[in-house]
Design a protein around this ligand. Structure first.
Ligand code: ZN
Length: 150
C-alpha cells in the first residue's frame, strides 16, 4: 500500500510540474474560470467542441497547488474525444471516489487513471483542489463562465 501511495505521489508531482495541455485555445468554443479560494487555486479551462458534440481539444491555464494542477492535467488528457454526457458520468464517479463513498463502483479505464488522486479522501479540504478543474469543465460545457468552490 505504501508503494502504491508513493507511485501515486510521483504521478501527481509529475503532472504538477509538467502539466499536459497547459496553454490557451484561441478559437475555443467554450471556456470557464474556476476559483478555489480555500487553497488559492485558479484555473481557466478552454474547450473546443466539434459539430457532433465531441471534445476535440481542451487545455487549461492557471496556477495552484500540485493536486489542482495534476487533476486539471489529467482531466485534459482524459477528455479529448469524449462527449459532455460521458464527462458528466466520469465526474460523478470521480467525485464519489474523492469523497470516499464510491468504493463499490466498478473502476473502468478512465477512472483507474484518476485513482492516483483518490488519496484526497483523507484530506477533505483537498477534495476541492482535486475537483476544481472538473467543476470548471462542467461549467464551461453548460455555458457558465465562472465557478467557485465556495
Ligand atoms: Zn489546492
Amino acid at each position: 500500500m505504501d508503494e502504491l501511495r508513493e507511485l501515486y505521489q510521483e504521478v501527481i508531482l509529475d503532472h504538477g510540474k509538467h502539466p499536459r495541455n497547459f496553454k490557451s485555445i484561441e478559437d475555443a468554443t467554450s471556456k470557464a474560470h474556476g476559483n478555489n479560494p480555500l487553497c488559492g487555486d485558479q484555473l481557466t479551462i478552454y474547450i473546443k467542441l466539434s459539430d457532433d458534440g465531441l471534445i476535440q481539444d481542451i487545455a487549461f491555464t492557471g496556477r495552484g497547488c500540485a493536486i489542482s494542477m495534476a487533476s486539471a492535467s489529467m482531466l485534459t488528457e482524459l477528455a479529448i474525444g469524449k462527449t459532455e454526457s460521458r464527462m458528466n458520468e466520469i465526474f460523478t464517479a470521480f467525485h464519489e471516489m474523492c469523497i470516499g463513498s464510491g468504493n463499490s463502483i466498478e473502476l473502468d479505464e478512465e477512472l483507474e487513471k484518476l485513482q492516483v488522486l483518490s488519496g484526497v479522501r483523507e484530506f477533505p479540504t483537498r477534495v476541492k483542489c482535486a475537483t476544481l478543474s472538473w467543476h470548471t469543465l462542467i461549467a464551461a460545457l453548460s455555458g457558465d463562465i465562472e465557478v467557485t468552490t465556495e
